[in-house]
Design a protein around this ligand. Structure first.
Ligand SMILES: NC(=O)c1ccc[n+]([C@@H]2O[C@H](COP(=O)([O-])OP(=O)(O)OC[C@H]3O[C@@H](n4cnc5c(N)ncnc54)[C@H](O)[C@@H]3O)[C@@H](O)[C@H]2O)c1
Length: 336
């Protein structure tokens, strides 16, 4: 079987490729990635000369790149996206282009070429935010995205469903919680906090750290997608749950692992449109027999150790990268 993985040089895509080649050694993987600031071929160094792995540098918004990469492919697992909420606040149009237009072009080409399955990877952020006592999201929750990132992912989800309803393209969708694991870009919360602490710097915690997220180990995410590809029903959406924690709880876990105290926390302002809480009811997928194998209690320290021993991977990514000015869009609006 031949799989096309889009965005395979990113955090989840690269972990998914490692997972797939380990668990389905006879399959072939084509990785289509344009290598934005978030694409790191170093994450795939170990398998770069595996004869069952092929990298194509190309853009999902470019028809020729997409056609070339999709030729002869059985299954598409679509990760490629602009994925950082802070960046979407500063530069929303890039998110619309990649996440909406790029997904539309992939769907159209998949239909033309008769691809057997199009699996779309999405986020719980499409459902908006929850209050402290609201029930968790289910597959029936209405979409209510509140950031340009979440809105662009919601747009892509709607297109994927529309290609199933209108044209019968065999699709499945998964929406999941925040991921953690190895090869996670240091601009995201957990790796940013770990690498800051390893460098002796404070960690910037928004508000009082009261915002709540669910955390899913990236290998559990990969195994859930594998499960959906095998047992999921065409046209269906599956939510993949993680473990619910406040950002303060995550910060304290990291401080404890590293033997540091709360003086290493620097409280900073909330981002624009900062969602208070996401939570997922993953019963639909669990009832089919999928379960998580990892836990923060056991795996967060392994992730910290990975960053300790793999400075070669993350140090060059932090050096020379400007901080994102989350107020840029706000000051632009104020100047109108
Ligand atoms: N990271 C999370 O916690 C999380 C949670 C839920 C859902 N998701 C979704 O999972 C997917 C992967 O997330 P991630 O964290 O690995 O993202 P990432 O930002 O680490 O990686 C994205 C990858 O896509 C590539 N890419 C971007 N634009 C492209 C284009 N136009 N053409 C080809 N490739 C392009 C980048 O080069 C990069 O390799 C995304 O769709 C994201 O919305 C992520």
């Amino acid at each position: 079987m031949i799989l096309l993985v889009t965005g395979g040089a990113g955090f989840i895509g690269s972990n998914f490729i490692h997972y797939w080649l380990k668990n389905h050694a006879d399959d072939r993987i084509v990785n289509l990635d344009t290598l934005t600031y978030a694409g790191h071929l170093e994450s795939l160094k170990d398998i770069s000369d595996n004869p069952n792995y092929q990298f194509i540098k190309g853009d999902i918004t470019n028809p020729e790149d997409v056609k070339r990469a999709m030729d002869g492919v059985d299954i598409i697992v679509h990760f490629a996206a602009e994925s950082h909420v802070d960046r979407s606040i500063v530069d929303p149009l890039t998110f619309v282009r990649t996440n909406v237009l790029g997904t539309a072009l992939l769907l159209n080409t998949a239909l033309d070429l008769g691809v057997k399955r199009f699996h779309h990877v999405s986020t719980d952020e499409v459902y908006g935010e929850l209050g402290p006592d609201d029930p968790p999201f289910t597959e029936e929750t209405l979409y209510a995205p509140r950031t340009p990132y979440a809105a662009s992912k919601a747009g892509s989800d709607h297109l994927v469903r529309a290609y199933f309803e209108t044209y019968g393209l065999p699709i499945t969708i998964s929406n999941c919680a925040n991921n953690y694991g190895f090869f996670h870009d240091p601009e995201k919360l957990i790796p940013r906090f770990i690498t800051n602490l390893l460098e002796g710097k404070k960690v910037p915690l928004m508000g009082k750290g009261e915002n709540i997220r669910e955390w899913l180990h990236v290998e559990d995410h990969a195994s859930a997608i594998d499960f959906v590809l095998q047992k999921g029903e065409i046209g269906e959406t599956y939510l993949i749950e993680g473990e619910e924690k406040t950002n303060m709880e995550i910060t304290k876990m990291l401080l404890e692992i590293l033997g540091l105290d709360e003086s290493m926390i620097e409280f900073v302002g909330h981002r624009l449109g900062h969602d208070f809480r996401y939570a997922i009811n993953g019963e639909k997928l669990r009832s089919l027999g999928w379960e998580r194998k990892h836990s923060l209690a056991e795996d967060l320290s392994k992730v910290v150790l990975w960053y300790k021993t793999n400075e070669w991977w993350w140090k060059p990514l932090k050096e020379g990268r400007p901080n994102i000015d989350r107020n840029a869009q706000k000051s632009y609006k104020q100047s109108l």
